[in-house]
Design a protein around this ligand. Structure first.
Ligand code: SF4
Length: 448
């Protein structure tokens, strides 16, 4: 018998759309209404009876045995690292911080390899923020800077630009959309204006805009990142003459040049614009609940990522305590991966070092796990592959339940609004929270 669950939240990207209607039948998801083309195939591959993979040194183990082996590894470690967290949810992230505190470990999230420069920049100069609801209701100017939401966040335009709002009743018709990027994209094709800047010159362009807004004379014949002064004066006029504007900036701004200086300059430009109109800036967060990982680490340790707890109190030092740097410097002797997808973003040297270390990997079942039990037993290899197996061979592997599919939880949207997650399928898989707490208890039983 089929069942329809309304207003389900999707955690595949930072939009966390919470208006999906999910139809389940026979322990599977058979329809995902309102899911974008990126999310729909993922939902349709989820199953309640996804195969549980629990292994120690490549051999099948029970969950209890795997937890005891994990506890042994961490008890004997002097410099453990807990890394990942963006595919988790608030309960799992909180359990990871608790375990890091117990171990005196370093804890780092996937933010350290993507939006870390943005976080450092906003800690330096502050940020003028808004919720996505505020943007939808009030914005008449939306600027995507170094972001291609049509590909990375497929429903972002639908929800923030096309949707009618209180002060933009005709939706898209009441808003101007500007895309600033180094090359034309699917998003720039939908924009009213496309501004092409030379690669690596965002900082120069933004500071020229600041100079114009602050009446600082600039040489008329000069060229600013491929843009003439006339073009920049036009853009400055568009920015300051709107009623409510927002910058949505992406990895295009943080992945080149002096990344945190790029973001810092955009945040300062936003502050300047608030002398003329209302303007805000928001990050286009990468897939998963990385905003939630920042938030949980902040409320538990005071810092959003790259936190070392070895002295019994939190020390924050991006770079020094970033997973990538610690691995490259060989300053880690055991690793807990709470979701192994972030491993691909580590440098080849860090990945190489990771392969030499005792490693405990907690992963969601991969889509090919989502077969009925009969199919699993017929195809044991393909049905029991974990993501971590494609990049490394963890010492301990445990499949955990998917928040928002098998378990309740909380995911933070890109505007840091917490969205509740509800289970839509029944599963016996343990959550990462339960596994991490069990590892912590097993360690305490040996070291009371
Ligand atoms: S836009 Fe993002 S959150 Fe919304 S349905 Fe698509 S993948 Fe999911």
């Amino acid at each position: 018998m089929s069942r329809i669950i309304e207003d389900v939240a999707c955690t595949l990207c930072g939009c966390v759309c919470d208006d999906l209607n999910i139809t389940t039948q026979g322990g599977r998801i058979v329809a995902a209404e309102h899911a974008c083309p990126m999310a729909e195939p993922w939902f349709l591959k989820q199953a309640g009876n996804a195969a549980a993979v629990t292994r120690f040194e490549g051999k099948p183990a029970t969950l209890e045995q795997a937890i005891l082996h994990a506890a042994d590894i961490l008890r004997n470690s002097r410099a453990p690292l807990i890394y990942g967290l963006s595919r988790s949810s608030t309960p799992g992230q909180r359990a990871a911080v608790r375990l890091a505190d117990q171990l005196g470990a370093t804890i780092d999230t996937t933010a350290s390899t993507c939006h870390a420069p943005s976080i450092v920049a906003l800690q330096t100069v502050g940020e003028s923020t808004s919720s996505l609801g505020e943007v939808r209701n009030r914005a008449d100017l939306v600027v995507y800077w170094g972001a291609n939401p049509v590909v990375s966040h497929p429903r972002h335009l639908e929800r923030c630009v096309d949707a009618p709002g209180m002060f933009a009743p005709r939706g898209r018709a009441d808003r101007r959309v500007v895309v600033v990027d180094v090359q034309e994209t699917a998003s720039s094709e939908l924009a009213d204006d496309y501004i092409e800047v030379a690669p690596g010159s965002d900082f120069e362009v933004i500071w020229a805009l600041r100079a114009i807004l602050n009446n600082t004379p600039l040489r008329r014949e000069a060229n600013f990142g491929g843009l003439s002064l006339e073009k920049l004066e036009w853009l400055a006029d568009v920015l300051q003459s709107c009623r409510y504007g927002v910058f949505f900036f992406g990895l295009g701004l943080t992945n080149q040049g002096v990344a945190h200086a790029n973001v810092e300059s955009l945040l300062r430009l936003t502050t300047d614009l608030n002398a003329h109109t209302r303007f805000t800036a928001r990050r286009m967060r990468v897939p998963g609940d990385v905003a939630g990982a920042d938030s949980v680490l902040c409320w538990q340790t005071g810092f959003p990522f790259s936190v070392n707890l070895s002295r019994g109190f939190p020390r924050y030092s991006p770079g020094e305590y970033s997973a990538n740097t610690l691995l490259e410097r060989e300053e880690v002797d055991a690793v807990v991966l709470v979701g192994s997808e972030g491993v691909e973003k580590l440098s080849p040297q860090a990945q190489e070092q990771l392969r030499t270390l005792p490693c405990i990997a907690l992963d969601y079942p991969q889509p090919q796990d989502a077969f009925p039990a009969t199919a699993c037993s017929a195809t044991p290899c393909s049905a029991t592959t974990l993501r971590s197996e494609t990049t490394l061979s963890p010492t301990v592997q445990i499949t955990t339940a998917v928040y928002g599919i098998h378990r309740a939880g909380t995911a933070y949207r890109m505007d840091e609004i917490p969205i509740p997650l509800r289970p839509v399928l029944t599963s016996t898989l343990p959550s990462d929270e339960e596994v991490l707490n069990a590892i912590g208890r097993a360690i305490r039983q040996h070291n009371p």
